[in-house]
Design a protein around this ligand. Structure first.
Ligand code: PLP
Length: 444
């Protein structure tokens, strides 16, 4: 491995990591950050601006992680930073209603017409967990359908691996999650509507909701097949179950109104996060007014939060959504830059003779080391992810940072200019060539 590694964490990062592992499990507060999937140790970030992050040793990287999706305007956009600072001057938390909550809610409801009422929470995990509770409370049913390879945060009900068949009950895939907790979670296959129909045929009267990433973003990037989202809508209507779009990644990312606008399918409930918080911890769930009216204090479904609607977080989210609304060409630019990044990946791989499939929806991308098409979780897991660590480290060594896992999306922000993409292309070329050495380096 060390033969093929082009990059090593700098001295300061190594020192910091040594301290961190003594205090934080694995040295991190969220597991993928630890670089376990790519070997070596992570760099520690000192600061970030626009498309760049700088590590603690002063190295600069072009960043396609974008904090795992939130930073659609790039790092520290001046208007967002100013909004947070002026909000902080008026108080960091009230635990009481304030106008910023209304303004952000207005913006959300305007951008996403299916969202008639919205509840702010503090993370995407909280949003999906609460949305499922609400769906169960509203329908009086207990089961949910989720898709293999879709991620909905770390709440117990979602931490489940599919059994051998799509029609089986799930088995928890984390110690600490009891079989009872996931016994109401049914698994289906993404982009395979038949597997959903089968679950409904077997359990139709008990299914409260289908929850789906309308563009899968946590198995790389896998767009919905033609008719898949419409098929989910039809099945939910037929069996009177709710359709929950987990738009924590796609909301305000793949279109102003999220995946539901881009693909023209209306959800009953939508979960949001990431871009919504403009880099601060925010999640939200919202949807049909009659469903949302079941939430406490109007209705009986309980859900609360000490810091929910936090004024700094509302200000960051509002500044971000305002920019997305006020700049008429921003989504065209994001589309262009996303397309250019995809083309750069494809042509660099082709020139190096490396089989590669690139999936893209707007400024959200995924790539896989195989010929494709990659339109299912099965195809994702069949790709040659052995090449990924070499590719990843070679890229870092040439100043480009992507997520340290083969199963994450890449994000382009509005701060990624043509010049930034051009210098990325050079690094991509070198990194793909490096992957050709992979088998030899391993066998040596
Ligand atoms: C990131 C993510 C979540 C979880 O959000 P957190 O803020 O990390 O809790 C949920 N759903 C999807 C689709 C996500 O990508």
């Amino acid at each position: 491995m060390s033969d093929s590694r082009e990059w090593e964490a700098g001295m300061r990062s190594v020192e910091l990591f040594e301290q961190a592992v003594k205090l934080l499990p694995g040295g991190v507060n969220s597991p993928v950050r630890a670089f376990n999937a790519v070997g070596g140790q992570p760099f520690f970030v000192d600061r970030a601006q626009g498309p760049y992050v700088w590590d603690a040793d002063g190295n600069r990287y072009i960043d396609y992680v974008c904090s795992w999706g939130p930073l659609i305007l790039g790092h520290s956009p001046p208007d967002v930073v100013e909004a947070v600072i002026s909000a902080a001057r008026k108080g960091t938390s009230f635990g009481a209603p304030h106008e910023g909550e209304i303004t952000l809610a207005q913006e959300v409801c305007r951008m996403m017409p299916s969202v008639e009422l919205v509840r702010m929470v503090n993370s995407g995990t909280e949003a999906t967990m609460s949305a499922v509770r609400l769906a169960r409370g509203f329908t009086g049913r207990s089961k949910i359908v989720k898709f293999e390879g879709c991620y909905h945060g770390h709440a117990d009900a979602f931490l489940i691996k599919a059994g051998s068949g799509a029609a089986t009950f799930g088995v928890p895939n984390s110690p600490g999650v009891t079989e009872n907790t996931v016994s109401d979670t049914l698994i289906a296959t993404y982009n395979d509507i038949e597997t959903v129909a089968e679950q409904f045929e077997a359990h139709g009267d008990d299914i409260a909701a289908v929850i789906v990433e309308p563009v899968a973003g946590n198995m790389g990037c896998v767009p919905p097949a033609d008719g898949f989202l419409e098929g989910l809508r039809d099945l939910c209507d037929k069996y009177e179950a709710l359709l929950v779009f987990d738009e924590v990644i796609t909301g305000f990312r793949v279109a102003r109104g999220g995946a539901q606008e881009r693909f023209g399918v209306r959800a009953d409930l939508t979960t949001l996060g990431k871009v919504l918080g403009g880099g601060l911890p925010v999640g939200a769930y919202g949807g049909r007014a009659d469903i949302m009216a079941k939430i406490s204090p109007v209705g009986p479904v309980y859900q609360a939060g000490t810091l929910s609607g936090n004024p700094l977080a509302m200000a960051a989210g509002l500044a971000t959504l305002r920019r997305l609304n006020d700049d008429p060409s921003i989504y065209l630019r994001l589309e262009d830059m996303g397309r250019k990044m995809a083309q750069n990946l494809e042509s660099a791989a082709r020139d190096a003779g490396v089989p590669l499939t690139v999936n893209r929806v707007g400024s959200m991308l995924g790539f896989f080391f195989n010929e494709g098409p990659v339109d299912s979780y099965e195809a994702v897991t069949a790709s040659d992810s052995n090449k990924f660590p070499i590719f990843f480290n070679a890229l870092l060594g040439h100043g480009v940072s992507i997520a340290p896992s083969a199963f994450e999306s890449l994000f382009v922000s509005d701060a990624h200019t043509d010049e930034v993409l051009d210098s990325t292309a050079t690094a991509l070329r070198i990194a793909f060539e490096k992957t050709l050495e992979a088998p030899r380096a391993k066998g040596a």
